[in-house]
Write a protein that binds this ligand. Sequence first.
Ligand code: BGC
Length: 515
Amino acid sequence: MAGGFAVDAKVAGGRREFKGKITWYVWLCGLVAATSGLMFGYDVGISGGVTSMDDFLLSFFPAVYARKHRARENNYCKFDDQRLQLFTSSLYLAALAASFVASILCTRFGRKRTMQAASAFFLVGTGLCAGATNLAMLIVGRICLGVGVGFGNQAAPLFLSEIAPAHIRGALNILFQLDVTIGILIANIVNYFTSNIHPAGWRYSLGGAGVPAAVLFLGSLVITETPTSLVERGRRDAGRATLEKIRGTADVDDEFDEIKSACEIAAALREEERPFKRLRRRESRPPLVIAIAMQVFQQFTGINAIMFYAPVLFQTMGFKSDGSLLSAVVTGGVNVLSTLVSIVLVDKIGRRKLLLEACVQMLIAQSAVGGIMWVHVRANNNPSQGWAVAIVVLICVYVSSFAWSWGPLGWLIPSETFPLETRTAGFSFAVSSNMLFTFLIAQAFLSMMCYMRAFIFFFFAIWIVLMAAFVVALLPETKGVPIDEMVDRVWRRHWFWRRCFADADADAAKIDSYC
Ligand code: BGC
């Protein structure tokens, strides 16, 4: 690939570090952009609690309300209702479509403007949901929120990876996921309190989503655009000035040269072929396959079965309404704390080790939960308190390992591995795959639990084995590699993926021999 040749000469001789400090401004920009994650996380966390609130069910899903309160209803099936699941999942379908539009917006108007648009959609969606008087209003509100999530999830991780110095790129990018987990936790806490406010508690829960959206909107007025995006859109001087500001030094020649050359190559390649078409080439396959696989696997860890439906799941296990929300708060807290572990470790021990360790831990926890539920949670009885507590502990063990691995790295790795010419287009496949599979899990989980019962946990356990094999064989380590050097330093050196470059290299050799 052409991008590779330009960089090759510069990196010959080994590793290269760019100059510059880690400035307070880079952290400020990172913190503001990560607020996108807060919007996303709040949504993930709020739906489960709201859909288990009686006032909400009575207003919009009376049939589910009646079934929930029928004493002899099957434990595993009482929340199985396609329309109820559509309330949760409609957001993700909208986000899926929005992520492709967001890819174009990110390239044409920049990452920052796309985040601003995200916050505006989010504010409108929040108003519609909190004020909903019928199901249609509720669903339209969820769709606006979905567009906000699609835009935000596309722009924020890219923004973070582009402003970060290479040696802390993992940590800075994981601020996004940290905010996702804080959003989920806040949502669980809000639900815990609003579930006792009748009849409008659910309105407060849904209305709370406006807070992170407002923070992102206001915050985005003070942050910068990424140097890469500025140069990419022809604003070289502004790009250079921004780079100096975020690195805290005027000595940024090397890094700026690299950004310029990546932008020149990207512009030439885009002229020759549109980014989405370019993604069909063999050389684009490695980051594309990895981006999609990371997100599909992330969802098949089963995390959202727990994040969306924790209160419902805990009620299935026999906890009372309050107890189940409280347990969801506990798992939410574990999620946040464990993400901090990832921030500390990701640039030290690398991505692969975190992912593999987590596979082992998740496999053990999922299988144990499945086993306990199989033996102790039958259709019409509840487990003893001891077993119920054991399940909550195991779910915490599971959540913690997800939180320092597949959670953050599902976003980090796709945002750092595409060359600039296909970065926004490629990353939109990561976002849309995440949304598609989040949608499928949100839409199907309650029905799957109804039919598969405890085996649902073994189903996810099998996926965990597959994803471990995938990491061992196909996922290269990207720790510390500058973002615009991935092709040469990662893909071309990988035992399997390097074959994707054979054609491009042969073409280049042919051209060389003609000249
Ligand atoms: C995932 C979400 C999930 C969250 C849990 C994110 O990385 O994309 O689907 O709900 O992590 O913390």
